[in-house]
Write a protein that binds this ligand. Structure first.
Ligand SMILES: Cc1cc2nc3c(=O)[nH]c(=O)nc-3n(C[C@H](O)[C@H](O)[C@H](O)COP(=O)(O)OP(=O)(O)OC[C@H]3O[C@@H](n4cnc5c(N)ncnc54)[C@H](O)[C@@H]3O)c2cc1C
Length: 378
């Protein structure tokens, strides 16, 4: 039997990663009543390359978020499986910041502004007579005028909503750990490929180097475990072999996530406005997923604010406009990332691309530009 919470919120946000927390802060700053439901407590580590594109930094500062990092990244180092490498400047640049620190910093800001939090797993969402009713695993129920779905790449709620991508198996696995390797330069982000995958190396605010990779099951299953895979497959790339030789792991063991899907998703489903990975995930080699999560939350928050405060739009108009803006803002990046990933996964084409990039770095520069946005105006 479910117990009823009397409160009706303006907006209920499901998922307190970057998309959910950003939307909560933005809408609370506009004085709306916000409830955020998240299944984990803060702080916690997440599988992520932890390269935060500078395009969202002005917006985060505008929301009153103080970013705890001095690590400014402005150079990309790229290497192929055979160990050919090149460096090139990143025009926009990024900050190196762990998800442990970043998500926690947004959480603290949301609490400070008066966002209500409940730590629970949402089990169902029902929309009836213009109101959403949400039930969680603690036998509690709450109601809201709007629901933002910010529950990440893969959630029990995707099943509940019968989203198309969830029925299909995805061939990707993600692995991440922090390492002690003081020689690694602050300004660099590495993108290094190996059989069936590629990994990113960059420093975080604690000085730890984050090594995070994406790999196919087909390649991963050839070995017994992560340690064996690192030694025998990842370390075939000479750059990564040196990394494993010199660096020491700081985590008890690496974190991993399975079934990472890059399939297209709808930006609005059953009247739920989807933000961040719930609306679509860009290939990690683009280093743009966090920025997209934050930016999509801004777009959704602005439209919801217009609806709630000014009554200038209907729900149907809002949903249509959000989907349109989402595709206009992120569609090209996602498509470029998808094509790029396909090319890089073929060692022969990757070597060919590499030769092309050495001859004409403008090619690589143009690709980088197409996978990122412009700095967000605030
Ligand atoms: C291997 C890899 C490397 C990456 N590297 C980078 C990088 O270097 N730079 C970059 O910009 N992006 C990177 N990304 C992408 C980036 O991590 C994501 O795009 C970003 O985390 C999306 O944020 P989000 O808020 O949408 O989702 P998340 O951060 O995943 O948050 C979703 C939240 O929802 C919660 N949740 C789920 N279901 C429920 C439920 N039923 N009830 C309550 N809570 C629920 C989860 O606990 C979670 O906290 C990488 C991704 C991968 C896979």
């Amino acid at each position: 039997m479910y117990l009823s919470l009397v409160a009706t919120y303006d907006v209920i946000i499901i998922g307190g990663g970057l998309a959910g927390l950003t939307a909560a802060i933005h809408l609370r700053k506009e004085s709306h009543r916000i409830l955020l439901l998240e299944k984990e407590t803060y702080p916690h580590h997440k599988v992520c390359g932890e390269y935060l594109s500078n395009e969202v930094v002005p917006y985060l500062l505008h929301l009153g978020i103080e970013l705890p990092t001095q690590i400014e990244i402005n150079t990309l180092e790229f290497s192929t499986k055979k160990g050919r490498s090149l460096q090139l400047p990143l025009p926009l640049g990024a900050l190196g910041i762990s998800r442990y620190a970043l998500d926690n910093c947004l959480y603290k800001r949301a609490v400070e502004l008066g966002v209500d939090f409940e730590f629970c797993s949402v089990e169902s969402i029902e929309y009836k007579d213009d109101i959403f009713t949400i039930k969680n695993n603690m036998d509690r129920e709450c109601q809201g005028k709007f629901v933002i779905g910010a529950f990440g790449k893969r959630s029990n709620l995707d099943k509940m909503l019968s989203r198309k991508f969830i029925a299909r198996k995805s061939p990707w696995l993600g692995v991440k750990a922090h390492y002690h390797w003081p020689e690694f330069p602050d300004h660099l982000v590495g993108l290094h490929s190996f059989e069936g995958g590629y990994g990113g190396l960059s420093k975080t605010e604690t000085g730890a180097v984050n090594f995070c990779y994406l790999v196919t099951y087909e390649s991963f299953q050839t070995k017994q475990n992560i340690s064996e895979f690192n030694d025998q497959v990842v370390a075939q790339n000479p750059y990564l072999a040196t990394f494993f030789k010199k660096a020491t792991i700081k985590f008890e063991k690496p974190l991993s996530i399975a079934q990472i899907s890059f399939e297209a998703k709808d930006a609005v489903e059953d009247h739920i406005v989807m933000c961040g990975d719930s609306a679509g995930l860009i290939h990690p080699l683009c280093g743009n997923g966090m920025a997209m999560a934050i930016h999509s939350a801004k777009i959704a928050s602005e439209l919801i604010h217009l609806y709630l405060k000014k009554g200038q739009t209907t729900r149907a108009q809002l949903e249509k406009e959000y989907a349109l803006r989402w595709h206009r803002t992120f569609g090209r990046r996602i498509r470029t990332g998808r094509r790029l990933q396909k090319l890089l996964m073929s060692p022969k084409i990757a070597e060919l691309l590499f030769s092309l990039a050495v001859l004409s770095p403008a090619v690589l520069r143009s690709i980088i530009k197409k996978t990122h946005g412009k700095p967000i105006e605030v």
